[in-house]
Design a protein around this ligand. Structure first.
Ligand code: NAP
Length: 168
């Protein structure tokens, strides 16, 4: 299982239900990496999608405790315990990769099952942000396996850093 997130200097990812910034090139990359695969999101992340629509060409899974939640184009899960049986059923040969795409609560619960993380590091700080994911630079179970050069878009500097799990 993979994580894919954009973080600020303190691994914050969102503020008041929204993303911290929009970096178009990062969104293209997100699409390139996740297309054709399975993505898992918490209900709050889905609420923040444009028109709450599923992302095209991907199997979209949403997690919520609300048993009557129904969102067209999403497989709804009421418990993360149901995730692995579901993945076995819909992806028996593991042809598709699985990406945890948001938000903080889902990332923290599924980190333990993840072995790769695609992190976009934004060189900014958003102290007002209210959502974060664990800092993998401080986690001895993870190491950087790939690091891009620094890019710039509309005055925002960022780089892509891939992490791999080195022990469970
Ligand atoms: N920077 C990035 O890359 C990135 C990516 C995605 C999202 N974000 C940001 O992250 C923020 C949202 O993250 P968040 O942590 O607040 O919310 P979230 O993880 O998207 O969703 C939380 C919701 O998921 C459901 N949930 C969580 N654990 C569950 C479990 N074990 N079983 C059943 N349901 C469960 C609950 O839904 P119910 O309340 O319906 O029960 C919970 O309220 C937003 O600001 C968003 O823009 C940033």
């Amino acid at each position: 299982m993979n994580l894919i997130f954009a973080v600020d200097g303190n691994w914050r990812i969102g503020s008041n239900g929204k993303m911290l910034v929009t970096i178009e090139e990062d969104l293209h990359r997100f699409r390139r990496i996740t297309e054709g695969h399975i993505i898992i999101m918490g209900r709050k992340t889905v609420e923040a999608l444009p028109e709450k629509k599923p992302l095209e060409n991907r199997v979209n899974i949403v997690v919520t405790r609300n048993k009557s939640y129904n969102q067209e184009g999403f497989i709804v899960l009421n418990s993360l315990e149901d995730l692995f049986p579901l993945l076995k059923e819909i992806n028996p040969n593991k042809e598709k990769e699985v990406f945890v795409t948001g938000g903080g609560t889902i990332a923290r619960q599924l980190l333990l099952f993840s072995n790769k993380a695609y992190i976009t590091k934004i060189f900014m700080d958003f102290p007002e942000a209210d959502t974060f994911i664990p800092n993998l630079d401080l986690d001895p179970d993870w190491k950087v396996v790939n690091e891009s050069e620094v890019f710039e878009e509309n005055g925002i500097y960022y780089r892509y850093v891939d992490y791999g799990r080195i022990r469970w």
